[in-house]
Design a protein around this ligand. Structure first.
Ligand code: G3I
Length: 385
């Protein structure tokens, strides 16, 4: 029975189990288990030496880095210095998205992106692009201007211009982001985006072929979220993503890696190391590399107590990365920010108790947290690539 069919069979069973009120009860018991587990956990995430994360990762043939913004790195000098100390790769949080880089049909705004690639290279960092094709962050003119007659020409012009502009300066591109959305609608699990509506499923192949032509050196990545947990929904997403990657490879579309966003929900997302390991191996067997592209831990459901909350968040980083880094095809880990001072979660997933969120390796004062220790230990304990 093929890998895909085996997964579909398991899923069928999942549907039978049903959902609803059991979710809340589940979450609460999972949270209390997590609090118990972390209280019983021996050790306090001790790390040896003060070596920055980028060096710990490099020692194992891995790349560690994070996202940030032009506005932040160009104005907050202390933060910029810590960023360059800890990170070996930079990915812009928004500067290479359509809304910012292509604000009107015939104008490309490369200024913030150019500043960031110069900053990265000036500090010995790699630079990666996010993202050439996504249903999010599309500019206002898109809906009024793009139709089924001109969409392919406009998509090709965007990819050729943007990927061409940064050719030779970029480590990897998230060519297509979040194109999967099961179980909504289609059997192939494709998300019903403007790209799918106007161009059909082939838009993904068109995008990868155009990116490969514009920048033959860049690692071309398919990037998505919700691929990490034990939940039925995550298993559905893993199966749909694997199906997409198999199809792309079978027709020779130049995809080189899978980007796993890894936005973890503390107290909600559960780790099933067996399922995750098997999925990573299935991806690797397609001769694809794997990058953890946007890791962070949403802590809005975790206890307010900072010491306990930081220990739970650190435990999640350590447990997840120790499973993921065991897979030799995993080449990089990026967190979606470096310091709690600058995180999308403050705006998008604030805590009900209004306590500042603490999802990242450094606190808002740029001090190293237990999460930093956990990531450092994961690199120190990882097999060498
Ligand atoms: O730049 C404008 C600013 O001029 C304006 O004053 C301000 C007013 O709202 O908005 C600013 O744009 C914001 C932009 O971030 C830059 O900060 C947009 O409103 C806001 O929607 C945008 O949010 C980003 C979001 O993607 C949408 O692009 C988040 O910072 C970013 O963390 C988030 O990142 C996504 C990844 O791309 C894909 N995976 C999930 C991840 C988290 O949602």
């Amino acid at each position: 029975m093929s890998k895909i069919r085996r997964r579909a069979f398991v899923l069928g069973l999942g549907t039978l189990a049903g959902m609803g009120t059991s979710i809340v009860a589940d979450e609460l018991s999972h949270l209390s288990n997590q609090i118990q587990e972390i209280s019983d956990r021996k050790g306090d995430f001790t790390v040896i030496r003060n070596t920055p994360l980028r060096k710990r990762a490099t020692a194992k043939g891995l790349i560690y880095g994070a996202t940030s913004q032009h506005r932040i790195l160009s104005s907050d000098k202390k933060f910029a210095a810590r960023f360059a100390q800890e990170c070996a790769i930079l990915v812009p949080e928004g500067e290479l998205k359509w809304r910012t880089i292509h604000p009107s049909p015939n104008y490309f705004n490369f200024k913030p992106g150019d500043w960031m690639v110069e900053f990265a290279h000036a500090h010995g960092m790699l630079f990666r692009g996010h993202t050439l094709v996504w249903h999010g962050s599309l500019p206002r003119w898109f809906a009024d201007t793009v139709n089924s007659r001109n969409v392919e020409q406009i998509l090709l012009k965007h990819i050729t211009t943007v990927a061409g502009h940064y050719a030779g300066k970029i480590h990897s591109w998230d060519v297509v982001n979040e194109a999967i959305h099961p179980p909504h609608g289609r059997t192939d699990g494709l998300r019903n985006t403007p790209w799918l509506q106007l161009l059909g499923p082939n838009y993904i192949d068109i995008a990868f072929r155009a990116a490969a032509k514009a920048d033959p050196q860049a690692l071309l990545v398919y990037n998505d979220f919700g691929l990490d947990g034990a939940a039925y929904q995550d298993e559905l997403r893993r199966t749909a993503v694997l199906k997409l990657l198999e199809r792309l490879k079978s027709v020779g579309t130049p995809v080189h890696a899978l980007g796993i966003q890894a936005h973890w929900w503390g107290g909600v997302t559960r780790l099933d190391s067996g399922k995750l390991k098997a999925f990573l191996r299935d991806v690797a067997d397609l001769d694809l590399k794997i990058m953890i592209t946007e890791m962070d831990v949403t802590d809005k459901k975790l206890p307010k107590d900072v010491i306990l909350r930081d220990r739970i968040v650190a435990g999640i980083y350590e447990d997840y990365l120790s499973v993921v880094l065991d897979e030799p095809a995993v080449i990089a880990v990026l967190t979606w920010g470096l310091s709690d001072r600058y995180t999308w979660l403050s705006k998008y997933q604030p805590r009900k108790d209004r306590a500042p969120v603490r999802p990242l390796p450094l606190d808002a004062q740029l001090n190293r947290k237990l999460a930093w220790n956990a990531i450092g230990r994961a690199f120190d304990n990882a097999p060498k690539r």
